[in-house]
Design a protein around this ligand. Structure first.
Ligand code: PGA
Length: 252
């Protein structure tokens, strides 16, 4: 049985006091390890204060981006080791906003995933197609390409540390969710691709979460799909009540 993962990606939102207040509420509401793995991804400035609040709590902290080099003259960048130093356990890699707004390519994401694993961070690797790609029937081809590029040369022992997040770009922040069967179809394809193209024989144990306008109303129907193991939540993850509801609904 895979533990569902519910992760909040706060993007460029929340000051340190706001992030700390949210983390305190979350810790109070979910004090013990349950059957949902809860992850929050604050902006860089709030990472360390949030980690401090969540010490002795089962809630995990993720960063939203990193550079693949260990250190050096990369003004404005943060390394995996620095994130580990701040207490992060997870790292979101390849979010579509990084790909489209900041020009991150499959090759760059592959370097980031290698660097993250080497430092002990667990990647949440995002993939997903645009509306144009979906409408032209290219969804599976795009998903397969993103998996092959991003996870190129990752050894089996490391694949199990990676969660994949399927986020159709047309569903992010738009209020449009993929229907549960639409999402299930792609999740099942992702699992198959991991098994066949990456020749990973434990693909059934890989956590594959869905993202794109997830909210308390649609969580249950998404989570009922056999290959959907959780959610990467943007907008609804900024509101404590909505995020806590999504976690509660995902408990089995
Ligand atoms: P959304 O964002 O839930 O606001 O659509 C999801 C994401 O970008 O991870």
């Amino acid at each position: 049985m895979i533990n569902p993962m519910i992760a909040a990606n706060w993007k460029m939102h929340k000051t340190i006091p706001e992030a700390v207040a949210f983390a305190k509420q979350l810790k109070e509401k979910f004090p013990k390890p349950g059957d949902v793995d809860i992850v929050i991804a604050p902006p860089f400035t709030a990472l360390f204060p949030v980690v401090e609040v969540l010490k002795d709590s089962p809630i995990h902290v993720s960063a939203q981006n990193m550079h693949w080099e260990e250190k050096g003259a990369y003004t404005g960048e943060i390394s995996a080791a620095m994130l580990v130093d701040a207490g992060c356990e997870f790292i979101i890699i390849g979010h579509s906003e990084r790909r489209t707004l900041f020009g991150e390519t499959g090759g760059m994401l592959n370097k980031k995933i290698h660097a993250a694993l080497k430092s002990g961070l667990k990647p949440i690797f995002c993939i997903g197609e645009t509306l144009e790609e979906r409408e032209s029937g290219a969804t599976f081809r795009i998903i397969q390409k993103q998996i092959k590029e991003g996870l190129n040369n990752i050894i089996s022992d490391d694949i199990r540390k990676i969660a994949l997040a399927y986020e159709p770009i047309w569903a992010i922040g738009t209020g449009k969710t993929a229907t549960p069967p639409q999402a299930q179809e792609v999740h099942s394809f992702i699992r198959k691709t991991i098994a066949t193209d990456l020749e990973y024989d434990r693909a059934s144990e890989i956590v594959i979460i869905y993202g794109g306008s997830v909210n308390p109303e649609n969580t249950d129907s998404l989570m009922n799909q056999p290959d959907i193991n959780g959610a990467l939540v943007g907008g609804a993850g900024l509101d404590f009540g909505s995020f806590a509801d999504i976690i509660k609904i995902s408990e089995r």
